[in-house]
Design a protein around this ligand. Structure first.
Ligand code: HAM
Length: 426
């Protein structure tokens, strides 16, 4: 029997992983400029954390969680998203006591038992940003700007920013009432899930993927028409900030997003290039979440970027040039192999990517391997070179060979690699 990955899970092999590292590094660079610190929370949490925050009527909690029971009978769940975990960590570690605003990011795998398709996996990865302790709208604008800046840094453009406000506990009940009444009239045409949701949690009908339900919500009342004065002011100031920094907005009054914790701002950044799974980023404000999880009244806003979707867009822009080793060290004969082995380690300590042959092989075989690895330069050292006191550096493109005194090898190769790096970045 041959073992394979579980459906919807996949291996990321070294060539692709190098692009992931690049994206993650770029994200870290941008987060630093916005003053976000990294948080790493466990992948497994008590199930109740997600049920209480995301909402038990949502698709995520009711259908998509990977849940198991521990030996004491407690439900544990592989995190389907990070916001609930970060809010739990904020409360558990009393981070809010540090005062001011807490800005946290995390990068890692999430798990949802959805039907796999293009851009949708059962294990997927998110870059997550959460800002706690400010009610906005300036922090809303900053969070949206941060998401756009990250995508820009990844080289992704031509994406659209969809924005909505879904109100607060003051104005949402009135809207819920209107929506319930509208849906009650159409109950027979709704799917069985939405028939139940239209009673218990009517906003969730907006997330339904069933065509009949999608058509029905097209004519449903929209929450922006019911916003209270505070929510309306918050939303219009946010729009002003966003427009002022030159971003374009698509106002999307049906963008309620599939998680119950949102209040006021919801947003998505969408692409036309990924078919049905068009959201690269999803986010919003969640002013009641920390309190709902047993913490103090701390408002929050954040977003998550889907890394698989970013990678599909980045790699879809054409094959990227793979990274290449700085040097291959070809050694011939036991004595030379010993010296070369020491050089290899010394050069790696200086941060260079060095490759070597492990078995004793002919020069021809070693050159062939260097070529296959795409090495730019090969250092050749054998008994003759040791006797004459100098080794040879061969440029694999021009075939030019230079003799370097053995005592200068490390310094020469280090400055040569630095020069190459400079010309690569120019
Ligand atoms: P979400 O909309 O469920 O929001 O997910 C955010 C992003 O994760 C999506 O836009 C998509 O790019 C990616 N994503 C979600 N599910 C999958 C999947 N099955 N396969 C591949 N990619 C996927 C949240 O998770 C919220 N916690 C975001 C947030 C943070 N709101 C406030 N703070």
């Amino acid at each position: 029997m041959e073992f394979t990955t579980i459906k919807g899970f996949r291996d990321i092999l070294p060539e692709e992983a190098s692009y992931w590292q690049e994206i993650e590094q770029k994200a870290r660079d941008v987060f630093r400029t916005f003053g976000f610190g990294e948080i790493r929370t466990p992948i497994l949490e008590y199930t109740e954390l997600f049920a209480r925050s995301i909402g038990s009527d949502t698709d995520i909690v009711s259908k998509e969680m990977y849940t198991l029971t521990d030996s004491k009978g407690r439900g544990l769940t592989l995190r389907p998203e990070a916001t609930a975990s970060v809010a739990r960590a904020l409360i558990q570690n009393r981070l809010y006591q540090q005062g001011g605003v807490q800005k946290l990011f995390c990068i890692g795998p999430m798990f949802r038992h959805e039907r796999p398709q293009k851009g949708r996996f059962r294990q997927f990865h998110q870059i997550n940003a959460e800002l706690f302790g400010d009610e906005g709208p300036k922090s809303d604008a900053e969070i949206v700007y941060l998401a756009v800046s990250l995508l820009d840094k990844f080289g992704l453009r031509n994406l659209t920013l969809h924005l909505n406000s879904i109100g607060c506990p003051a104005c949402r009940p009135e809207f819920r009432k209107e929506l319930k009444a509208y849906l009650a009239d159409k109950a027979e045409s709704l799917c069985s899930d939405c028939q139940r949701r239209s009673e218990t949690n009517p906003l969730r009908v907006f997330d339904c993927k069933v065509e009949g339900c999608k058509a029905i919500v097209q004519d449903a009342p929209v929450i922006v028409d019911f916003l209270c004065k505070d929510c309306e002011d918050h939303f219009s100031e946010l729009k002003e900030y966003i427009v002022d920094v030159g971003m374009e907005i698509v106002l999307d009054p049906r963008l309620v997003r599939g998680l119950d914790y949102y209040t006021r701002t919801t947003f998505e950044i969408q692409t036309e290039h990924l078919g049905a799974q068009n959201a690269v980023v999803g986010g919003g404000r969640y002013d009641g979440l920390v309190r709902q999880l047993g913490g103090p009244d701390v408002p929050g806003i954040g977003f998550a970027i889907g890394m698989e979707r970013v990678m599909a867009l980045v790699l879809g822009h054409g094959k990227q040039e793979p990274a290449r080793p700085d040097l291959f060290v070809a050694a011939l004969g036991k004595k030379a192999e010993m010296i070369a082995f020491r050089w290899v380690q010394e050069l790696r300590e200086k941060g260079l990517w060095i490759e070597q042959e492990y078995a004793s092989k002919s020069l021809k075989a070693q050159m062939k391997r260097a070529d296959r690895l795409g090495c730019k330069k090969v250092l050749i050292v054998g008994e003759r070179e040791i006797d004459t006191g100098s080794a040879i550096i061969r440029d694999m493109e021009t075939k030019e060979q230079t003799e370097i005194p053995l005592a200068e090898i490390i310094a020469h190769i280090t400055s040569m690699a630095e020069g190459e790096r400079r010309s690569d970045t120019n």
